[in-house]
Design a protein around this ligand. Sequence first.
Ligand code: UDP
Length: 486
Amino acid sequence: MQKINVKPGAKIEDYKAYGSLYSSVLDFLEQSKNSVEAIKGRTVWMINSTAIGGGVAEMLPSQMRILRELGVSIEWLVIEAKENAFFDLTKRIHNAIHGSGNGVFTDEDRQVYEAVNQQNLSKALELINDDDIVVVHDPQPMPLAAMIKKEKDVSIIWRCHIGLEEDTEVTDAVWKFLSPYSDDYDHFVFSLPAYVPKSLRKKASIIPPAIDPLSHKNRALQIHKCIGILYQSGIMKDHKAILYHRYKHLVRRVLPNGDFGNVNEQKDLDFLYRPVVTEISRWDRLKGFKELMQAFIKMKLDNQKNGDPNSLEYKRIEMTLLVMAGPDPAFVSDDPEGDEVLKELTEAYQKVDSALQNDIAILLLPLDNPKENALIVNAIQRSSSIIVQNSIQEGFGLTATEAMWKRKPILVSGAAGLKYQVKHNKSGIINEDPKDIDSLSKTLAFMLNNPKERDKWSFNGQIRVIQNFTLFSQLILWLEVLAKNK
Ligand code: UDP
């Protein structure tokens, strides 16, 4: 178990200075007063399984900074596991909550699950005091509640960031496997009402995830900054900084052919003057990268076959690049499938016709350096013409919210979380079935060739985020839950 330091960042006053956020900050200050008072003197302990990568690690630092500024004592602990079997199991649990996999969990699985949590217990007990409030995130540390409660008189909340709209045999099986651990929780928090299993409905609250508009990932970046970040990071210049760590032979960079001596070279500016379609996610089969690549290729081939080479529409599609970016698996400890999924994608990429390979880039981002990672994600998103989240399942896609905040047109699948975030044809486009390659390729072409519509979707998308999915609306709900369960 490791205690994580949260670096200083934006202050409440900084958010107030942003006109569009002003009223949510004021609402927050007004509505949070009583709750903050109610939990004074207690420490809130956040426990999850990683300090880098994924939605939870993305949200916690900003939430903690703001709560601390209000005088709330709040700390972050990350569980550790040496056994590969543990994260193999918790990934199976994660997939099963999304309805994937075979739903088989054995006694041996249970032993591994409990043993690793037991190993993390002593450090937790050293730090946590009676009367504190513990928030356990997602399934990995879930068994800790009962273990902590045996020794300490605390309130414990389980925050589940994943879910599926409907019950299936697989989801029933995984909730059954987890049910012995849920008994000791005082309260549950899910992202959407449809994700709450029947047995937990009486004690559950809903808090949609949210972004921090002033974090390195979301703060405004002028175009010269974007160029600088992409150039320095190696995306525009060379591969040294971030690419090829382990898949040198497979992973391409954005620009083909070589050494770019200086940024004025036309080739370097490809990333800015060519339309870019981007998906940034963990290397997870449920993120739909492979299907997106197939659809992108189909769009290009259909265009070459049926398009009019003299038309603007033809040229736009011909010039478009696809960027698929995700963390270097070397730095992701809690997701054992990442390596395998990246390999599958790069192998599929190798089979693509070489002319088309030049239009596709698979990028590995430096998750080991959170600030650099955040700025690169920010710059790539801001340099994109369309941002895609083609998830097969998605509890709630922070990447979609990040794109909408940056006023980027977004193309998402009909996965439950994404459908809640994006209103079809208002704040983006929903392509219902992420595995329907034909429909996805046509939707992409349609979006690329409708710049006026793109402006409309992205404008509405940004407003939707400001009204519903920023840090402050989320913290109001969190403080209510914490105060209720003190
Ligand atoms: N992310 C990142 N670097 C990567 C891949 C993803 O910083 O290489 C971030 C992404 O910007 C988002 C978070 O990780 O903030 C992923 O959250 P999301 O809810 O989209 O998916 P999750 O990983 O939680 O399933």
